[in-house]
Design a protein around this ligand. Sequence first.
Ligand code: GLT
Ligand code: MN
Ligand code: MN
Length: 389
Amino acid sequence: MNTYLPKPEDKFTFGLWTVGSTGRDPFGGPVRDPKTPAELVYLLGEVGAYGVNFHDNDLIPIDATPAEEAAIKRDFRKALDETGLVVPMATTNLFGDPVFKDGAFTSNDPKVRAYALQKTMRAIDLGVEFGAKIYVFWGGREGTETDSSKSAVDSIKRTREALNFLCEYNLDKGYGLKFALEAKPNEPRGDIYNSTTGHMLGFIATLDHPEMVGVNPEVAHEHMAGLNFMHGVAQAWEAGKLFHIDLNDQYPGRYDQDLRFGSRDLKAAFYLVKFLEDVGYSGSKHYDAHAYRTEDYEGVKDFARGCMRTYLMLKEKAAQFNADPEIQAILAEINAEDPALAALFGRYSPEKADAIKALDLDRIAIAKRGLKYERLDQLTIDLLLGMRS
Ligand code: GLT
Ligand code: MN
Ligand code: MN
């Protein structure tokens, strides 16, 4: 019987900041006592996660003394060894400290831009020390409230210059990291540059080392903008750029909710899981979400277990969809090719152009055909609701 319990090969990971969230929001203080990084690793070990990710300052507070830093690293390392958890991804906090109030790489102040580079190089060293292979860049403050303040073009140029510099640092040190850029349309800034995964994909192509850089799309960030997340993920995948993924959930048009995976739009979550499983995505599945503010740490574990359980249940539903004879018969019918036309598609030739222009295509007859998508969608709903066993 499938118990939907996570296994290491599922590569489910959580950030220290996710299960470590104390429930603080703009309207209220913490509702849970903070836990140390090591304690959070034990919690993640208990719920069956594969890995843990961190920002530099999730692990080492920005004002830690060298002695404190050494003690934290020792405890964290011990917790990793005892639980078997790994650190697949690391990132830099370039948004929390007041120095980043107007951004990091895009700040108008060269001292801030220099500090951002310095902090990121040190954070990269820290991530590599714990085995990270993927390095995420989320430009939370790289934006504006007033466009009188910063040049949008200069901001893109500054971001490019910083990433080119850091790619060279990665090469120079022989770290072998892959960089994953994470888009978000707004919050904490009024508007953030490179606001969607699609923007990021366009931007990556302009870098000096585009092969080193991909994306880290997040469900909530595309849903906030009212977009279809799976479509953005598919575009990234097709471009060979899906280096990492942040799973959570979100009602469109609201603040960044970071809800438990699949808890809001189950159908969108199903299509996403089906996509990732069908194409064989093999990177981390990182839950960048946090428990409701109503919860204690037992609730945090319920949250973390729920994220993984929902993924595994949807994975089973995806396999069921792929094996369902009625669904597959409809798919075969609506995807049928026309042998007479097959030779006309693909690479251009003047002969093909002439042949296509000469075709006798009866658009009125073609348009009369019903496509059975209502039936197909209802079968999908029946399947998701457990009515097709
Ligand atoms: C922050 C943000 C996330 C990013 C993290 C990485 S931090 O929680 O909301 O989406 O992935 O910097
Ligand atoms: Mn988020
Ligand atoms: Mn994220």
